[in-house]
Write a protein that binds this ligand. Structure first.
Ligand code: ADP
Length: 319
């Protein structure tokens, strides 16, 4: 193998730059040529491909977003689109591709594997929803952002003796809400993975008020319902007034945490190693504090369950 390329795709996540840096430097260290593909699969189709040197990825480890930019590319979902991408791959003599992104981007990589392009996928999404790895790049940074916001909301919630609903990202996954709720000391955490029980939430709010608690924080995963909907339900069912805070895209931004930079560096280098070792279709990740690589197929065929014991713990601690 003489030349590989790297792209970022799908929703951006803090730490993608650290992963790009790691892929590029590890590849150069191993004597490979390495190119950056701009704008995800769209850039692959359009040939937005540039040869990188050591300096191409200087001063980016601390930056949020992705210098390669990211895109959603419907054209790549078609055979024609992928055929155009294959022309560029051949033109640039790319023999292996590192795809940094979420599970949609991994599906795209899987299509390239079928066309004979070896791919190594690096999980990067604040949702932490990729099967086979305990942590994705960006999750830790987003978690710290959300906990920081909860701390701030708690100040005003206490001053005004108010209950707040904090809506956090995570399409179908409650990881961010769960970890942020636990880390932020929320009274209730509402997740898509757990049946919604309005009575339980109302009882918790009432019992904490009756023992003189000045505020309540409810953390809600967006995949469950919207914060506005929940506020309406609580008002209608129990006459409870809440304030709503929807965190939105700020959760995807900012400088990556030290932890995200470290795992991004580990994952990026491992992705290059898996390509060099001849693996045609792999994903990298973390299991029991160890960096691993595994067959990409696993990401699509297995579904991992959230550790709901953390929900029980959060409820135990916020009685
Ligand atoms: P994420 O990677 O964050 O989950 P998306 O689901 O939007 O983001 O996927 C990113 C891109 O990956 C899509 O815009 C598309 O170009 C490509 N992609 C997603 N699913 C497929 C698929 N089944 N086949 C081919 N390409 C896909």
């Amino acid at each position: 193998m003489k030349k590989i390329a790297v792209l970022t795709s799908g929703g951006d996540a803090p730490g993608m730059n650290a992963a790009i840096r790691s892929v590029v430097r590890k590849a150069l260290f191993e004597g490979l040529e390495v190119s950056g593909v701009f704008n995800g699969y769209q850039g692959l189709i359009e040939g937005k491909i540039e040869q990188f040197q050591l300096g191409s990825v200087g001063d980016i480890i601390q930056r949020g977003g992705t210098i390669l930019r990211s895109a959603r590319c419907p054209e790549f979902m078609t055979e024609d689109g992928r055929a155009k991408a294959m022309e560029q791959i051949k033109l640039h003599a790319i023999e292996g591709l590192v795809v940094i992104g979420g599970d949609g981007s991994f599906k795209g990589a899987n299509e390239l594997v079928k066309l004979g392009v070896p791919c190594a996928c690096v999980p990067a999404t604040i949702d932490n929803d990729i099967t086979g790895t305990e942590f994705t790049i960006g999750f830790d940074t987003a978690l710290n952002t959300v906990v920081d916001v909860i701390d701030k909301i708690r100040d005003t919630a206490t001053s005004h003796e108010r209950s707040f609903i904090v809506e956090v990202m995570g399409r179908d996954a409650g990881d961010l809400a769960l970890w942020a709720g636990l880390g932020g000391g929320a009274e209730s955490i509402i997740l898509p993975e757990k049946p919604f029980n309005v009575d339980a939430i109302v009882n918790r709010l009432k019992s904490s008020t009756s023992r003189g608690k000045k505020h309540s924080i409810i953390v809600l995963a967006e995949g469950m319902m919207s914060a506005t909907q929940l506020a309406e339900i609580l008002k209608k069912e129990a006459g409870i007034e809440t304030r709503v805070s929807i965190l939105g895209h700020m959760q995807r931004g900012g400088s990556p945490s030290a932890r995200d930079r470290v795992i991004a560096s580990q994952y990026g280098a491992r992705a290059v190693e898996t390509l060099l070792s001849g693996k045609k279709s792999s994903a990298v990740g973390m299991r029991n504090h160890k960096v691993v690589d595994y067959n990409l197929e696993e990401v699509f065929t297995k579904r991992e369950k959230l550790d709901l014991s953390l929900v029980d713990l959060a409820e135990t601690l916020s009685i």
